[in-house]
Design a protein around this ligand. Sequence first.
Ligand code: GDP
Ligand code: MG
Length: 356
Amino acid sequence: MGTASPFSRERHAMEIGILGLPQSGKSTLFEIMTGVRSREMHGETCVRGLASVPDARFDRLVQIFKPVKVSPAKVPFSDVNAIGEKAWDAVRQSLSGAEGLLHVVDAFTAASVAEIMSRYRTLEDELILADLMIVENRLERLSKMAKKPITPQDAFHAHVLPGLRGQLEAGKPLRELTLTDEERHGLRSFSFWTIRPELVVVNTGEENLSVADAFVREAGPAVPAIGICCAIEAELMALPPEERKEFLDSLGVQEAAFGRVIRAAFSLLGRISYFTVGEDEVKAWVIPAGTKAPRAAAVIHNDFERGFIKAEVIGYEEFIACGGTYAAAKAAGKLRLEGKEYVVRDGEMINFRFNV
Ligand SMILES: Nc1nc2c(ncn2[C@@H]2O[C@H](COP(=O)(O)OP(=O)(O)O)[C@@H](O)[C@H]2O)c(=O)[nH]1
Ligand SMILES: [Mg+2]
């Protein structure tokens, strides 16, 4: 994890920036996911909103504990409302701190998969070019100061940037390079577009949902992509909540596609969640995969990390298998006491014991 830890208190930690050509459905998707009416916020260059991460396990725990407060995991998204000449500047400024990208591609007005592919490439190529310019500027400045004593940072840049240039010149994103955590950290100040994880959302027409599959085959396994028809999803979200299930049933699907987009974005950032439960609150806490118990406790409160003693842990599945009560889980000996080196796993239910 290194010092590039998402725990650093950054303004945009975990934020996902929505990118796409004009009129591709970015704001529509943003509104569906967050409930924030971006298109009505005239004059706001960048609109931010939180999307709840759908999780059947979490919903079940809410049913069991019937808490006063329900706090699912959230992912912050941002939608840029800029058009005209200054649009690219606005996008760059607004999204420079975003940790991940969601690239919306208009497939609802496209005549063929080739056309969808070409729209996708248009923006990808722009992003690659933007990164290439940053790399070249930096390399040029480095070459001009060759005579002066060079700092460790200069040396690092001179060492790593030529490889990045090669990748970008080949038309490929930086994220496909194998970089160490240290290298990634050292490159953070450049805010490269193509080094960040990206999810492609293929916004299909109502009658042509299957083009998304064709896109996935065409783009290959290195490009995570999900198909969604924003028009249908917008219709769904316009219904009162109690009628949504019926609408989904009529389409023959289990859950809304935008939920899959949020979940995919969440995993794309390498996050997992663990649960704390009780009658007062059921909450999903968000941590990077691979986090050890004391650090995981710190997202609840710093004191929990400082005074960490033990974590009392049970996996969600085990808890349910025990009949969904702590008394039964305890009687069955399923509550584990874990120490400081324990790596928390997705979906675990945890009580921290601490002393400060
Ligand atoms: N038919 C159809 N229209 C859509 C779909 N998604 C978005 N639109 C329409 O496309 C236009 C542009 O959408 P918007 O979300 O504002 O695009 P943005 O410029 O990328 O933010 C709007 O009129 C939307 O209603 C879709 O899935 N199907
Ligand atoms: Mg928009």
